[in-house]
Ligand binder design. Sequence first.
Ligand SMILES: *Cc1c(COP(=O)(O)O)cnc(C)c1O
Length: 241
Amino acid sequence: MAVNNEIGIIQPLADIGAICRGKGVLLHTDAAQAAGKIDMDVNAMAIDLLSISGHKMYAPKGIGTLYVRRRPRARLLAAFSGGGQERGFRSGTLPVPLTVALGEAASIAQGELAREGQRLVSLREAMITRLRDNLGEITVNGSLNQRVPGNLNVGFAGVDAEALMAELPELAISTGSACTSASVEPSYVLKALGLDDAAAGSSVRIGFGRFTTRAEVDAAADMITEAIVNHRSGNSARAAE
Ligand SMILES: *Cc1c(COP(=O)(O)O)cnc(C)c1O
């Protein structure tokens, strides 16, 4: 992963790429969380294969793309055969509207990357400051600097994150990743950072995106605060059940 989906941490891809290239190993990176968010350079990072998910960069759902290096050549087997579309790797008629949309989304993201990144960092700072002002101690999981601007993953000591989410149905925050959200296991990513089950289970991921406003950040921080204050005083809906 170029960027981790739960904590937004940016991996040292140039270093990883250099090691892989030195050993003659192909490097594929899942850039679903990185593309359109941070600068990615397949040459500087010695990336041979790079995959992108369209809907993570404001294209519609149903389109993604795989970059395949030509020099030195990354040789792949076809996903399936037939009419030979997409250089024979993936036969089948291309969905033109989705394809055009992905290109357009990429171009918009590229144009806005620097300015939007700064805007999101300041929204994130505002969220952290407001939560700290309201609640005192909160823990940011993972480095704040080595992180994509739109991600915040925070722990609230003594709070059950699942219960917190259940109390905030109007707020789209999450525990763990969407892929594993049905499971109640603590996040393996947070556990790999050294958090114990309790700390991992009290953490939520808060995302900031192109359509997030400062007013929404303030409102969300206050909603989270209120739910946690209720939770800690034992008045939560869940505790009352
Ligand atoms: C969302 C995501 C995926 C899955 O992509 P979909 O197009 O939603 O199936 C894979 N890897 C990472 C890092 C993601 O964030």
